[in-house]
Design a protein around this ligand. Structure first.
Ligand SMILES: Cc1ncc(COP(=O)(O)O)c(C=O)c1O
Length: 317
C-alpha cells in the first residue's frame, strides 16, 4: 500500500475478524463522492497475519452488504484458508494400544477430526465484486510462492496480463511440483493432506499456547487464541513501544526470533505515540518442534523479566 502511495484507511480487527461497524464509520466519515472515497477493501480473512483471527461468516455478510452499498471491490487474501482449525483444542496424538499401532490409532483420530471451513467472500458474491487470492505456499510447501486467483473473468484476464508484464509467470518448477502432486493425489488425497496439515498446525497452536501460559505467568503479556493460520500476536506492556530493538538486539542474542510488531503496524510512530508502553511481537508455530517452542518461549519470557527488572531499577535509581 505504501510503495504504491495509495490513500488508505485502517479498519480494526477483533476476535471475530474485521469490525463491520468500524468500516461503516470510516465510510460514513468520508465525502459522499470524489477521489477521497475508497474503492477497494483488502482483507486477510482467515488466520490473519499477524493477528491469527478469522472473519466470521456473519461479519462477512455485513461487510459484503457495506461493499455493495459503497461500491467497494473486495480483495480477499486468503492463504491460510486451508489452516482453519477453530478455537477448541486439537485431539491429542494417538498412542499405540495392544490392539492397534500408533499409525492405525492416529488414522482413526484423523478420520474423526472435523475442523471448520470458512465461507469465502467469493462464495457470497452475487455482483462480481470479489477477487480472491489462494496460495499453495502454506499448504504444500513454504517458499513455493505459488497461488491462484478467482473472480470475475475480465479481472482475472487483466491480472494475467499484468503478471505477464511484471514477471511473465510464476516460476515453472513450483508449478510442475504442485501440478504433479495434485495429479498423483487426486481430490481424495488432497483433502486428506489438508486435514492432516490442519491437525498438524492445530496441535502446534495448542503447544505454543501451553508453553506461553507456562512461561509468561506473572508477566504483563496478552494474546488471543488464534483459530487459524500459524501466528500468535502478543502484546507486551511495560517495556516501551520499541519491539524492533527488543527482538533484533536482545532476543536474537538469546537465539530467539520473533517478528517485531512494527512490521505490521500501519503507522508505528503514531501507535508508539498513542500507546508508549505497549509493544507487539508475532510468534509463529510452524517449523519449530514442540521442544524448541518451549525453549524459545522460556528464553523470551526470561528476557522480558530481565528487561522489566532493569526498567524498574532505572526508575528507582
Ligand atoms: C496474508 C498473506 N498473503 C500472501 C502471502 C504470500 O503468499 P505466497 O507465498 O503465495 O506468495 C502471505 C505470506 O507469505 C501472507 O501472509
Amino acid at each position: 500500500v505504501y510503495t504504491r502511495k495509495c490513500n488508505s484507511f485502517v479498519i480494526p480487527l477483533c476476535q471475530d475478524g474485521l469490525v463491520p461497524s468500524s468500516l461503516a464509520a470510516v465510510l460514513a466519515s468520508l465525502p459522499a463522492s470524489g477521489p477521497a472515497r475508497p474503492r477497494v477493501l483488502y482483507s486477510i480473512v482467515t488466520g490473519q497475519n499477524p493477528a491469527g483471527v478469522s472473519t466470521t461468516v456473519e461479519r462477512k455478510k455485513e461487510i459484503y452488504a457495506l461493499a455493495q452499498q459503497h461500491n467497494l471491490v473486495i480483495l480477499e487474501d486468503d492463504p491460510y484458508w486451508n489452516l482453519h482449525f477453530g478455537r477448541v483444542p486439537a485431539p491429542a496424538p494417538a498412542m499405540a494400544t495392544a490392539g492397534a499401532t500408533a499409525e492405525a490409532a492416529e488414522a482413526e483420530v484423523l478420520a474423526a477430526y472435523n475442523p471448520p471451513t470458512s465461507t469465502s467472500y467469493l462464495s457470497l458474491d452475487t455482483d462480481g465484486r470479489v477477487l480472491r487470492f489462494d496460495s499453495f505456499s502454506k499448504i504444500l510447501s513454504s517458499g513455493m510462492r505459488l497461488g491462484f486467483i478467482s473472480g470475475p473473468r475480465a479481472w482475472v484476464e487483466q491480472f494475467n496480463l499484468s503478471t505477464q508484464a511484471l514477471s511473465i509467470h510464476p516460476s515453472g518448477v513450483p508449478q510442475v511440483m504442485a501440478a504433479r502432486l495434485l495429479q498423483q493425489w487426486g481430490e481424495a488425497g488432497w483433502r486428506k493432506h489438508v486435514k492432516q496439515t490442519k491437525l498438524f498446525y492445530h496441535r502446534k497452536r495448542d503447544t505454543l499456547l501451553a508453553v506461553m501460559a507456562k512461561h509468561f505467568a506473572g508477566l504483563d503479556v496478552e494474546y488471543d487464541t488464534p483459530d487459524a493460520g500459524m501466528f500468535v500476536w502478543v502484546k507486551v506492556r511495560g517495556l516501551g513501544s520499541d519491539a524492533k530493538t527488543l527482538i533484533e538486539d536482545k532476543a536474537v542474542k538469546e537465539k530467539v526470533l520473533l517478528l517485531p510488531g512494527e512490521a505490521f503496524l500501519v503507522d508505528p510512530a503514531a501507535q508508539a505515540k498513542a500507546h508508549p508502553d505497549e509493544l507487539y511481537v508475532r510468534a509463529c508455530f510452524s517449523v519449530a518442534s514442540d521442544e524448541e517452542m518451549d525453549e524459545a518461549v522460556r528464553r523470551f519470557a526470561n528476557l522480558l523479566r530481565k528487561e522489566t527488572e532493569a526498567k524498574k531499577n532505572s526508575k528507582t535509581a
